[in-house]
Design a protein around this ligand. Structure first.
Ligand SMILES: Nc1ncnc2c1ncn2[C@@H]1O[C@H](COP(=O)(O)OP(=O)(O)OP(=O)(O)O)[C@@H](O)[C@H]1O
Ligand SMILES: [Mg+2]
Length: 387
């Protein structure tokens, strides 16, 4: 095994590349998934998530690099000879068959004895809370129930690794949240390794032991949800996981603990990263909930701004504040002793330099529209206001 870790490695990709004609769907991707881990691949549409999953399942083979399952190189071993099962992005159920027959299908193909089929299908339907639906047709089920059947059909084979490609994306929000909890519980109870593909960052944060963030066929960062939230490695990752303010500037000077940044006339302090030198083009990443408003605990960065927008979100209030040439977002918990600020109100905002992260302004991720630096486009605003 190539990985060096005391946890048992179940899946390993080593510099895997997959091209379709001119398109490089997956580019030199390497990562390791441990036994019993809930690992998610997260990224925007077309970034290579499904292709990565299909490479693990044996539905595609790498052009270069290798996929290892349980320490064995997979080469060109087909899906039915790998200890993986996949729940596909588009459900692949037989609409006119019963729930029972859909789940039993794979076992029948393998000529498993009838009594064992009955036992295994019954057990797995219980697991996904679909007991009593055995004779129903797929067309007579709700979207959530169909998802459960698709899951049961993959689980009935007792795979070592379950590959799930956006299994909840067709469900409405309430059902999706409910199924997230059920899936997580199921994974914990079974101890099966899950590799879960999603473009929903909330889903990935809530469910995963670790997340791999992809963009343009590349894997940008792997870490626990909290590690990635606290220490994003690039501006793209910072803006894709959670809300963030990205302030573009350049390095003024580097001190022992903090680095000074000039950003369009504003002077900011940020925790020293270690790689930066004066003159570097950088982003300061500060999460909305780390910014204090009119606080008597002002520290480090203290700036003046004007409230441009206020959105009541239930348990918190979100503000957009014009600060010099930037629009910064803040979120303040609703209720308790927190006051509500008014539109147009002048406020002082502040944050501790240690709450912000310094990031290199590299090219990667630039053309992704979810990647939005906090700089105000004043021309666009003027046009909008004169309309
Ligand atoms: N069979 C194929 N032939 C040609 N191009 C393909 C094929 N499969 C995928 N691609 C291309 O490879 C890239 C990655 O596709 P992939 O399906 O892995 O993305 P994804 O991250 O799963 O996206 P989505 O979130 O939309 O499902 C895309 O540019 C896609 O158009
Ligand atoms: Mg996909």
């Amino acid at each position: 095994m190539l990985a060096t870790s005391n946890q048992e490695v179940e899946v390993q990709l080593v510099e895997v590349t997959k091209r379709f004609g001119d398109v490089t769907a997956v580019e030199s991707v390497s990562f390791t998934v441990h036994k019993g881990e809930f690992f998610s691949l997260l990224g925007p549409s077309g970034c290579g998530k499904t292709t990565t999953l299909r490479l693990i399942g044996g539905f595609e083979f790498p052009d270069t690099g290798e996929v290892y399952l349980n320490g064995r190189p997979m080469g060109r071993i087909p899906p039915n000879r790998r200890e993986t099962n996949m729940v596909f992005q588009r459900l692949a159920l037989f609409p006119h068959y019963s729930v029972f027959e859909n789940v039993a299908f794979g076992l029948r193909m393998k000529r498993v004895p009838e009594a064992e089929i009955r036992r295994r299908v019954t057990t797995v339907l219980e697991m996904v809370q679909m007991s009593g639906f055995e004779t129903r047709r797929i067309t007579e089920l709700s979207g959530g129930q169909q998802q459960r059947v698709a899951l049961a059909r993959a689980l009935v084979n007792n795979p070592r690794v379950l590959l799930l490609d956006e299994p909840l994306s067709s469900l409405d929000l309430k059902l999706r949240l409910q199924m997230q909890e059920e899936l997580k519980r199921l994974q914990r109870d079974l101890g099966t390794t899950f590799i879960y593909v999603t473009h929903d960052q909330g889903e990935a944060l809530a469910m995963s032991d670790r997340i791999g963030i992809m963009n343009n066929g590349r894997l940008l960062q792997v870490g626990s949800p909290m590690e990635i939230y606290e220490h994003p490695s690039t501006p793209f990752v910072a803006s894709f996981i959670g809300d963030t303010n990205l302030i573009q500037g350049s390095v003024d000077f580097v001190d022992e603990e903090v680095t000074a940044i000039t950003a369009s006339g504003l002077h900011l302090l940020v925790k020293r990263a270690g790689w930066e030198t004066p003159g570097d083009q950088v982003y300061v990443c500060i999460r909305p909930e780390r910014i204090l408003m009119n606080s008597d605990r002002e520290t480090g960065n203290v700036l003046h701004g004007k409230i441009q927008e206020r959105l009541f979100k239930g348990h918190f209030v979100q503000y957009r504040i014009h600060v010099g040439p930037f629009t910064l977002q803040t979120t303040i918990p609703y209720g308790g002793s927190n006051r509500i600020f008014g539109m147009g109100e002048e406020v002082t905002i502040s944050w501790d330099p240690h709450q912000a992260v310094l990031l290199q302004a590299d090219e990667e991720g630039r053309n992704f529209d979810g990647y939005s630096p906090s700089r105000r486009d004043e021309r666009a605003e003027r046009t909008a206001s004169t309309r």
